[in-house]
Write a protein that binds this ligand. Structure first.
Ligand code: AMP
Ligand code: MG
Length: 404
C-alpha cells in the first residue's frame, strides 16, 4: 500500500501533456491556452477621452481662460482631429481620439454651453491629462498578455479578441471513457428488483467532468463478467486518452478489472492507497505505438468514487491539458475530530466563512463511505494526514471543494 502523496506523484510522473490544436476563438471557451499572446499594438492605441465633454489645451486654462468656442465634434470611431487655436476647443465623446494639441477633457456636467461657446463652471478641479486615457498606459505593443497554461474564460477571450486572435492554439480535449461495472446496477429509468440498485456513479462522474471543462466523454456499463469486461476494456483503450472505471477493482470474487486490465496490456503503477475512502484505487497506463491512455479504476462506492475523482483524476486531467496545479486551499476544523488508523482521511465537511475571513470546516457525521446522501450537503473534503490521531478544533488542513 502506498501513501496519498506517493500515489499523486506516481500519476504526475506518468502523464505526458496532450498535443495542441488550433481552434476558432468561438470554440475556445474553457480550453487551455498553449501559446503566448502578445499585444499587437498599444492599449489604448491612441489617447482617448474618458468623458463626453470638450477637449482643449490645458495651457489655456493655466492662462485663466474659461470660455472656449467649439470648432468641431470628435466622435468615437472618427479619425483624430486637431485644435489649431488653443483658445478654442473641440466637443468630444467618450472613446474618441483626443485632438492633436489637446491634453485635457472637461466633462459636459462641468460646462455651460450656449451659442457655440463652452464655459467651464467655476471651481471645477482640472489638471493636465484630466479625462485622458493615455496611449499605451494599459500595455505597450509587443508586451506579453497571456502565457501558455491558462484556462480561457470570458476575460482571457476578450484579450485574445482585442488583439485580433480569431484562432488560438489550445490543448486537445482528452477523450474520456467512463465505465461502470456491476451486476446489481440498473439504468435510472428501470424499477430495481429488491436486490438491485440504480446506477448513479457514471452520471455523477460525467457531471463533475463536464463542469471542470472535460466534456468529451463516452459512457459504458459492463456486467461482472470477465469476457465482457475484457472486450469493453480493449475497445475503450483503443479510443480514449483517459479511462475512468468505477467498481470491480477490489478483492471480490467478481472484481474482474485487475485481471482484465492486465490482460489488455495496461501497465499497473499502483493498486492500493493508504486512504479512506478509496483504498482500492488502481492506476496504470497503456502505451501503443503512437499514443498513450491513462487508466483510473476507482472503487464503486459512490463516495469513494467521487472523492478519488476529485483527489486524483481532476488534477491529472488538468496536468494533461497543460494547466498548473490548482492553488492549495485550507480550512480550520470547527470541532475536535478523532481518527486512529494510520492512513489519510478524506473527510467531507460543511464549509462556513466567518466575518474575519476564516474558513471553518464542520465534519459531517456520516454512516459509511457509501453515504452519498449525507455527502450531498457538504462542499468538499478536508485531507487529514495519517500521522495524526487527534485533530484539534481550530487546526488548519488542506481542503478541496467539490467541483460545481
Ligand atoms: P464495487 O467497488 O464494485 O465492489 O462496488 C462497491 C459498492 O458501490 C457496491 O455496493 C456497488 O453496488 C456500488 N456501486 C458500484 N458502482 C456503482 C454505480 N455506478 N452507481 C452506484 N453505485 C455503485
Ligand atoms: Mg462491483
Amino acid at each position: 500500500m502506498i501513501t496519498v502523496q506517493e500515489a499523486e506523484q506516481s500519476i504526475a510522473d506518468t502523464l505526458v501533456a496532450l498535443a495542441a490544436e488550433t481552434v476558432s476563438i468561438e470554440d475556445a471557451n474553457g480550453r487551455v491556452l498553449r501559446e503566448s499572446l502578445r499585444a499587437d499594438r498599444d492599449a489604448p492605441p491612441f489617447n482617448r477621452s474618458t468623458f463626453d465633454g470638450i477637449a482643449l489645451a490645458y495651457s489655456a486654462i493655466e492662462k485663466g481662460r474659461a470660455d472656449f468656442p467649439i470648432t468641431g465634434t470628435a466622435f468615437a470611431g472618427s479619425p483624430q482631429q486637431s485644435i489649431d487655436d488653443p483658445a478654442t476647443c473641440i466637443e468630444i465623446m467618450t472613446g474618441a481620439p483626443l485632438p492633436d494639441q489637446a491634453d485635457c477633457v472637461v466633462k459636459v456636467e462641468d460646462l455651460d454651453i450656449a451659442g457655440g461657446i463652452a464655459r467651464i463652471r467655476e471651481g471645477v478641479p482640472l489638471s493636465r491629462g484630466h479625462g485622458v486615457h493615455l496611449q499605451a498606459s494599459d500595455c505597450q505593443a509587443g508586451q506579453s498578455l497571456l502565457e501558455p497554461g491558462c484556462r480561457l474564460t470570458a476575460k482571457e477571450l476578450s484579450i485574445a479578441a482585442s488583439i485580433g486572435k480569431s484562432e488560438l492554439r489550445v490543448s486537445r480535449l482528452p477523450r474520456i471513457s467512463i465505465v461502470t461495472t456491476g451486476d446489481e446496477l440498473v439504468p435510472i429509468e428501470t424499477q430495481p428488483l429488491p436486490h438491485q440498485i440504480r446506477r448513479s456513479n457514471d452520471l455523477a462522474l460525467n457531471a463533475v467532468l463536464a463542469s471542470a471543462g472535460y466534456a468529451q466523454t463516452s459512457r459504458y456499463h459492463v456486467a461482472d463478467d470477465l469476457k465482457e469486461t475484457e472486450s469493453v476494456v480493449a475497445t475503450i483503450l483503443a479510443q480514449s486518452d483517459v479511462v475512468i472505471l468505477a467498481g470491480g477493482i477490489s478483492k471480490g470474487k467478481r472484481d474482474f478489472l485487475p485481471e482484465a486490465l492486465e490482460t489488455a496490456g495496461v501497465s499497473k503503477a499502483f493498486q492500493w492507497v493508504g486512504q479512506r475512502p478509496g483504498k482500492p484505487l488502481w492506476f496504470g497506463d497503456y502505451a501503443s505505438s503512437d499514443r498513450r491512455c491513462y487508466v483510473f479504476a476507482l472503487p464503486g462506492n459512490p463516495v469513494s468514487c467521487f472523492t478519488c475523482l476529485h483527489r486524483y483524476v481532476l488534477p491529472a486531467l488538468d496536468q494533461l491539458s497543460g494547466l498548473p496545479p490548482r492553488p492549495p486551499q485550507f480550512a480550520r476544523l470547527k470541532s475536535d475530530f478523532h481518527f486512529k488508523p494510520p492512513i489519510t482521511l478524506f473527510l467531507p465537511v460543511l464549509i462556513e466563512c466567518d466575518a474575519n475571513g476564516q474558513t471553518w470546516a464542520e465534519p459531517l457525521p456520516f454512516n459509511s463511505s457509501g453515504d452519498y446522501i449525507s455527502v450531498a450537503r457538504t462542499q468538499g473534503f478536508l485531507e487529514l494526514p495519517p500521522e495524526e490521531t487527534n485533530f484539534a478544533s481550530g487546526s488548519s488542513y488542506p481542503f478541496r471543494p467539490w467541483q460545481t
